[in-house]
Design a binder for this molecule. Structure first.
Ligand code: ATP
Ligand code: MG
Length: 396
């Protein structure tokens, strides 16, 4: 008997790996299990570039699990499928059932027809028919059974997929996933997470390359509200659906920020603040075993992101700073934010500490020397020590 109880996962870049491929596959399997841990009972195995998640009893929520798996980096697509023993009569019977079900969800064109084709993959080379023969035979059988069907190999309304392996699988749907590398294969980095549109996208993009994330948020209560903090934590929660758990350090930043404001020239205050954020974030990052910082900066987007300002900000950090959005237009970033589901939260109108203290006329070409002079005007080291030592830690 066939049953719709398996999700087939396809890998992309991992398949290009050489000797260390098994490490990537094992990490991907672990991440998949974690992502669907609340989807009932299942087991995961893999062979020949395919991952199989098999429900072992009726508790398995296959559609929900498939949706969760589309967020796991390393998979390029997933398909909920019917599985059966590799027995040709059984495969044909299932092909009829699956086609019938698919047709019940579709509307015929004006001519009363729905076009299709059968695509077969035969990994079991011992099977007596080759893939073209299987496709032609099953396609012919379905055409005879369902009057509404017509064949279109170039642009069909749906494709019936048949995979013949140790077990066999039949399915019609391929859900696109994220691609990338399994998180955990490529070290750990610390995301400077504001409540805006850019930084959650930046975190998503670096996690996509297999990097585990933690996050730092600078919080200037009461200038920024408790709700602004909740929003940041919600964003971390959304990104964690892709990246796995994120530990968020909320840094009490009010005193440092006020000191910058009171002591330094207004037109330089934003870059001085950004340098201070870099120093504190780096300390938190090192303490947590991170090898890099991540920001949502994009070249020229605002005064603090001109080439000169980024040069000065970068100089305060002694570890690599990844800026995956550096060459992107805002609209490109917004598209990703919408796709990953952070956009609607990001545009909630709660203030960020950067915006509250923004000077009217920030200098777009600050020099490092003048910034270093300004920084001598107050004891930022002590303030940064206090901020660093009093973080609130929240797991998202
Ligand atoms: P975003 O949309 O991510 O808020 P932005 O375009 O508003 O970015 P800025 O406010 O200049 O730009 O901030 C640039 C980057 O600095 C952010 O992408 C983020 O990585 C970091 N950052 C800004 N404010 C904070 C904050 N309060 N806590 C942590 N990181 C921050
Ligand atoms: Mg911002």
């Amino acid at each position: 008997m066939s049953k719709r109880n398996v999700i087939i996962g396809r890998i992309g870049e991992i398949a290009l790996k050489g000797l260390n491929r098994s490490t990537f596959e094992a990490q991907l399997a672990k991440n998949m299990k974690h992502a669907i841990s609340d989807c009932g009972n299942f087991k995961v195995n893999w062979s020949q570039s395919r991952f199989f998640v098999e429900g072992v009893d009726d508790t398995f929520k296959i559609d929900y699990a498939a949706e969760c798996l589309t967020k796991v980096f390393g998979l390029v697509s997933v398909s909920p499928a019917w599985s059966m023993n590799t027995d040709y009569e059984e495969i044909k019977k299932t092909a009829v059932e699956v086609t019938e079900l698919k047709l019940s969800t579709m509307t015929p064109d004006k001519g009363g027809k729905i076009s299709f084709k059968v695509e077969t993959r035969r990994a079991d080379k011992k099977f007596p028919m080759n893939s073209q023969e299987i496709s032609a035979d099953i396609g012919g059988m379905l055409l005879e059974k369902f009057d509404v069907l017509t064949v279109d190999v170039k642009n069909p309304d749906f494709i019936l997929y048949v995979e013949v392996r140790e077990n066999s699988y039949v399915y019609t749907d391929i859900l696109p996933a994220q691609g990338g590398m399994p998180v955990g294969c490529n070290g750990k980095a610390c995301l400077l997470l504001s409540g805006g549109i850019d930084s959650p996208v930046a975190g998503y993009m670096i996690a996509k390359r297999g990097v585990s994330l933690m996050a730092v948020h600078f919080f200037s209560y009461p200038y920024t509200s408790e709700r602004a903090k909740e929003k940041v934590l919600e964003l971390a929660g959304i990104v964690s659906k892709y990246s796995g758990p994120i530990k968020v350090y909320v840094v009490p930043y009010t005193d440092t920020q006020l000191a910058i404001n009171d002591n330094c020239r207004a037109e330089l205050s934003t870059v001085i603040m950004r340098r201070s954020m870099m120093r504190i974030a780096e300390r938190i990052a090192r303490k947590n075993g991170c090898s890099a910082l991540i920001t949502g900066e994009s070249l020229g987007q605002v005064a603090s992101q001109t080439m000169h300002a980024i040069y000065c900000t970068n100089e305060a950090a002694n570890m690599p700073v990844f800026r995956p959005l550096i060459g992107m237009d805002k609209m490109e970033t917004v598209d990703i934010a919408r796709k990953i589901g952070t956009f609607e939260t990001s545009i909630l109108p709660y203030e960020d500490c950067c915006t509250v203290f923004t000077p009217k006329h920030p200098k777009t070409k600050p020099s490092l020397n003048e910034l270093l002079e300004e920084e001598k005007k107050f004891d930022y080291k002590e303030l940064e020590d206090i901020a660093f030592n009093n973080c609130e830690i929240i797991r998202c």
